[in-house]
Design a binder for this molecule. Sequence first.
Ligand code: SAM
Length: 354
Amino acid sequence: MTLALGMPTVRRDPGAAPSTEGRPDVDDLVDRFGRVARDLRVSITEKCSLRCTYCMPEEGLPAIPRDDLLTAVEIARLVGIGAGRLGVREVRFTGGEPLTRGDLVEIVRLSAEAAPGIPLAMTTNGIGLDRSAQALVDAGLSRINVSLDTVDREHFARLTRRDRLPRVLAGLSAAAAAGLGPIKVNAVLMRETLEDAPELVAFALEHGLRLRFIEQMPLDADAAWRRDNMVPAAELLSVLESRFALTPVGREDPSAPAEEWAVDGGPATVGIIASVTRSFCEACDRTRITAEGTVRSCLFGDDETDLRGLLRSGAGDDEIASLWRAAMWGKQAGHGIDAAGFAPPIRSMGAIGG
Ligand code: SAM
């Protein structure tokens, strides 16, 4: 079965906005469980230059019709509303692969103008960054996370279904040269590449990268994820401890998803985001906008609220902000992976924006 882009329940009629019963009259993006969303993820495309098995189907996701994609101006307007009215404190562009979008520099530039002083970040596989890192920094990009699961070229090609490791490494170097350091590197924990983990840590130490391993979540388009086959954080730790001395140092801040370990006495650390075995949903501070302009309050919640319709109908910022607030008030308590009857979301990670 292919989940592909999926058909989540999208509330398109602002008249059918999610209920705000019990919501206090505050500007911020609060929810019923006392959380406040300050970290905005904006997916800007479904297209990607890789086909990671834990994310994308081999043939890629079905193309979003061009008119359905938010434009650079619309993205920047939402970023401005998030930062100016809703308490958003960081914005991250993601996808799909943001670097596949031809107007990425424009998106960053307009967003920087719309949300002055707010850090703009991007999660990317790094392919093509060697050509655009400096332009992105000049446009206002301030932080970057590069996804890299292994530095073994053959394993990389198998996992991503593309032989493009050298291009990712070129992207990493360009990002550092453009001043985007400290660069964070995200590695999804997969059984096929677990044995490569110590080498990836050594690579990160050598290049001053802040590496974080992420437990694989059931967000693959092929619906192949199995709880009993995923690599839990505890197993990774024992693999890493065969080569490094690790000392737990906690989280950077209470809402940071990664728990950090000092490597060989520090100061370098390696992080583990144990999204499945030590979920941190109770501290989640994320709000997401999909490439088609819906608010998604949780990676695992298929109930989305459309903002694009309002944006294109001439609505004012106040009206858009209030619908966004209502969408976040309904955020679910957690991903529920361990709950009886858990069903993965209809959209896969690449279609939501990781
Ligand atoms: N193309 C960009 C990239 O590779 O970083 C941005 C989009 S990608 C969906 C964002 C992040 O989600 C990546 O770090 C990726 O490894 C992670 N990811 C994708 N599928 C995942 C899954 N099933 N479980 C955990 N993380 C996943």
